[in-house]
Design a protein around this ligand. Structure first.
Ligand SMILES: [Zn+2]
Length: 219
């Protein structure tokens, strides 16, 4: 089973991907990790990608897809995968379909972690980090003292977690992703929308239920 994950930044996709992968008995493939591994191992495609990176250029989609193809054919991934952050644009969705078709496979489901923008702003803007020891906190206010023994640091909010920066990232996601989901719908892919608000274990349960065709909401 090959599953593509979608979710706004802050929807908890990174937390859910390994849990789903473990439950399904397949690995998680994330573009960044797969790319770094190919470069480290010096595969033919990895060396090709490294040449672009060394020049400070973006690695083209075709090279990334070649690397994804290598990863999808190797080890446990030959039986299926949870694809996290692999598809962000329509050309990438088309490319992935081509690669999977070449392996006699297809995207079996597109899993969308659904959450309100305001809930994400609340979640992310509630994160702070100690300016000295970098310990992350949730539910504390910027300016409070770090509570790690011996640390005299103060809690600050990362610039990325500023409400305006978050809304900006959400707008980019909306602009890029909405057309990709439309493309999948048009291609008859199964799209399962999962309520991403709740305890992580609960969200995992909902996601697995949606993949089984139970629970979850329709497209
Ligand atoms: Zn500290």
């Amino acid at each position: 089973m090959d599953i593509v994950l979608f979710g706004k930044p802050g929807a908890g996709k990174g937390t859910q991907a390994p849990k789903l992968a473990q439950a399904l008995g397949v690995p998680t493939l994330a573009t960044g990790d797969v790319l770094r591994a190919a470069v480290r191992e010096g595969t033919r495609r990895g060396l090709e990608a490294k040449a672009y990176m060394d020049r400070g250029d973006l690695v083209p989609d075709e090279v990334i897809l070649g690397i994804m193809q290598e990863a999808l054919s190797a080890g446990d991934a030959a039986r299926g995968s949870v694809l996290d952050g692999v598809v962000r644009t329509t050309p990438q969705a088309e490319g992935l379909e081509r690669v999977l078709r070449g392996l006699g496979r297809k995207v079996d489901a597109v899993l969308v972690f659904d959450i309100d923008d305001e809930e994400i702003v609340r979640r992310l803007s509630g994160r702070t980090v100690c300016d000295t020891c970098q310990t992350p906190y949730t539910g504390r206010t910027a300016g409070e003292a770090c509570t790690r023994p011996g640390c005299t640091g103060k809690l600050v909010r990362r610039k990325d977690d500023d409400p305006e920066a978050i809304r900006n990232r959400l707008a980019v996601y909306q602009r890029q992703t909405a057309p990709v989901l439309d493309w999948y719908r048009g291609n008859g892919a199964r799209i399962a929308v999962v309520d991403a608000v709740g305890a992580p274990e609960e969200v995992t349960r909902r996601a697995l239920g949606a993949l089984d065709g139970k629970g979850g909401k329709g497209p």
